[in-house]
Each structure stands twice: as structure tokens, then as C-alpha cells.
Design a protein around this ligand. Structure first.
Ligand SMILES: NC(=O)c1ccc[n+]([C@@H]2O[C@H](COP(=O)([O-])OP(=O)(O)OC[C@H]3O[C@@H](n4cnc5c(N)ncnc54)[C@H](OP(=O)(O)O)[C@@H]3O)[C@@H](O)[C@H]2O)c1
Length: 308
């Protein structure tokens, strides 16, 4: 099968951000049901850093030389047999495990949604993973009109999407963040609450009518304690942070379910003006180590993008 040689970020051993480097990789010609996409932007997630460091090796082992990155946007440059609805030159948003910090990727055509022409590339590149995680989590927690929902780490990658999706669903949203992010959260439609000692009491004061559901993207013991103290229905307490669910069995572990339909629904909300995408910073492929240093601070606002 013919293939294209392209640049990608890889690591050949576990370690700190400096193990990341740019190398030439073979990107296969698309098989039946696949397309190859020239990547214009990709998103960075905390899990990418866990993957690189080896901290996730037990459940996500690397196969060296290992690529990384789960979300991208780009232009279709090759279409395999038996693909309906995707054409050469289409601008798309997509998802594919551990392969998106690259100039190109070959993916199943059903991992794609159409990119609106007016959506900037970095924004398009960071929607698929965190956006779908937030969407799945709110669905699993049954968040809807009239609910008061608490979102921990509301200013981060998952949180910024979750806040906006919950507001769009008709919920009242409380979001935890440091004070520098309070104006940002207010602009998104949330009531900001500072995390740290006294969190549960501050939330109680900010939501005198009570809290119906809690989505945790921070993974801290205090986030778990606040949710357990304030939310009566245990089925409506969840976390996207696997170690937080392992530490506290009363909290549901929420895992993403990605699909072209879920992605297209997010794109539709963006086009309707109900979902904004926030880029903290963009990096080039050769700056992937700096992108990882940034995500590892735990204080990114919105998302980090890699622009090849
Ligand atoms: N299970 C899944 O399918 C899935 C999918 C995606 C992500 N995840 C997981 O979900 C978690 C969140 O991901 P993410 O992309 O949203 O992370 P992120 O973007 O790195 O989160 C950064 C945000 O966390 C906030 N923060 C830091 N410390 C906090 C604290 N103690 N309390 C509350 N907020 C705090 C920061 O706000 P300040 O700067 O204001 O402190 C910052 O805005 C990660 O553990 C990730 O691995 C799981």
C-alpha cells in the first residue's frame, strides 16, 4: 500500500517533555472507509502528558516510536474506497487516538464532522476530545433545564465546554476556578466559586437552592468532598479524572463516547453562537515539549493547540 511520509511528534522512551521530538512517519493511503487528512491544528490534553511520561502505561501502553494526540482539524487530501459523504478538499474536524500531533493522519471517515468555513483552525483542532468528554459527562449526569450543576475545574479544557453546554441545556451552573478566571467564567454564564479550603461552604452560599449534579474535572479530594456533601443523588456525581473515581468509589467515573454525531452536534452549537472555543496558546510541532510543559501546569484556560 502506498503511503505519505510526513512529520509527526513522537517519543521513543517514557520521560519528561523533552522526550518529544519531530520525526518522519509513514501515513498510510486510506483503506476502505478511510480518508487521509492534512492536519491544520491538533489539541493537547492532560492525558497526552500522562501517556508520554509513562504514568498511564498500565492502561495505555506506548508502542515506540509512539505518536500522540487525539483530536485534529484539517483538509481531506485522499479518499479511500467506499467512502460516502467525504470528498477531497473538505475541511473537517475529527478524532483519532494517539496520532494527531502530525502533518497528516489516516482516519475512518466516520470520525469526522464538517468544519464551518468561519471557524479558525486552532479552535477546530481542539473541539473533538474535550468537547465530546463534556457532552458525554453531562448526558451521563442527566443535566437539563432547571438543574443546578457544579463543575469543578470549570476554566479548563473539559470545563469550558461543560459550562457552556450546561448553560445551553438550561441549567444554572456553578464553576470552580482560581480568582483570575472568575470574570472569564461569568462571561460563560457560570457563577464562579474559588476552590481551596472552605469550598463546600462557598458553594452552599452561592447555591442556596441546592446542587442537583456535580461534574468534576479537577480530581481533587476537596472537589469530591464538596460533591458528596451537596448532591443528594449519587448517580448525579461524576468525574472525568480516573484516579478520582478510584479514590472515591461513590463517585461515577465518566468516560467519553466519541462519534461523528456528537461532534456534529457540538459544531451546530458553535454555529448557533452557543459554544465558544478558547485557545490559551498555540505551539508548532517542534514546540510540543513546551506545549506539554504548559498542560502540566494544570492552569490552562480553555485549550492548547498544536499547529503544524
Ligand atoms: N475520561 C475521559 O474520557 C477524559 C477525557 C478528557 C479529559 N479527561 C480528564 O479530565 C481532567 C480535566 O481535563 P482538562 O482537559 O479539562 O484539564 P485542564 O485543561 O488541564 O484543566 C486546567 C484547569 O484546571 C483548573 N484547576 C487547577 N487546579 C484546580 C483545582 N484544585 N480545583 C479546580 N480547578 C482547578 C485550572 O483553573 P485555574 O487556572 O483557575 O486554577 C485550569 O483552568 C483531566 O484529568 C483529564 O485527563 C478525561
Amino acid at each position: 500500500m502506498s503511503k505519505a511520509v510526513r512529520k509527526a511528534v513522537v517519543f521513543t522512551e517514557y520521560g519528561g517533555p523533552d522526550v518529544l521530538h519531530v520525526a518522519g512517519i509513514d501515513v498510510p493511503e486510506p483503506a476502505a472507509g478511510q480518508v487521509r487528512v492534512r492536519i491544520k491544528a491538533a489539541g493537547v490534553q492532560p492525558v497526552d502528558a500522562l501517556f508520554r511520561s509513562g504514568a498511564a502505561a498500565r492502561w495505555l501502553p506506548a508502542a515506540f516510536p509512539q505518536q500522540l494526540g487525539n483530536e485534529f482539524a484539517g483538509v481531506i487530501e485522499s479518499v479511500g474506497p467506499a467512502v460516502a459523504g467525504s470528498s477531497l478538499g473538505d475541511e473537517v474536524i475529527g478524532f483519532q487516538p494517539n496520532s494527531c500531533y502530525a502533518e497528516a493522519v489516516t482516519v475512518p471517515a466516520d470520525h469526522l464532522a464538517a468544519k464551518p468555513a468561519a471557524m479558525p483552525w486552532p479552535e477546530a483542532g481542539v473541539l473533538s476530545a474535550s468537547g465530546q468528554t463534556a457532552s458525554t459527562a453531562l448526558e451521563d449526569l442527566g443535566v437539563g433545564p432547571g438543574d443546578t450543576v457544579l463543575i469543578h475545574a470549570a476554566a479548563g479544557g473539559v470545563g469550558t465546554f461543560a459550562v457552556q453546554l450546561a448553560v445551553a441545556a438550561g441549567a444554572t451552573v456553578l464553576g470552580t476556578a482560581s480568582e483570575r478566571n472568575h470574570p472569564f467564567l461569568r462571561d460563560l454564564g457560570a457563577i464562579p466559586v474559588t476552590y481551596g479550603e472552605g469550598l463546600t461552604e462557598r458553594i452552599r452560599a452561592a447555591a442556596p437552592g441546592g446542587v442537583d449534579a456535580s461534574l468534576d474535572a479537577a480530581g481533587t479530594p476537596e472537589a469530591a468532598a464538596a460533591a458528596l456533601a451537596l448532591v443528594a443523588d449519587p448517580h448525579r456525581i461524576g468525574t472525568t479524572v480516573p484516579r478520582a473515581a478510584m479514590a472515591e468509589p461513590r463517585i461515577r467515573s465518566l468516560s467519553t463516547r466519541r462519534s461523528a454525531q456528537r461532534l456534529a452536534a457540538l459544531v451546530a452549537l458553535y454555529e448557533a453562537g452557543s459554544l465558544k472555543i478558547f485557545i490559551d496558546r498555540t505551539y508548532r510541532l517542534h514546540e510540543a515539549a513546551d506545549a506539554h510543559r504548559a498542560i502540566e501546569t494544570g492552569h490552562v484556560r480553555g485549550k492548547i493547540a498544536i499547529v503544524p
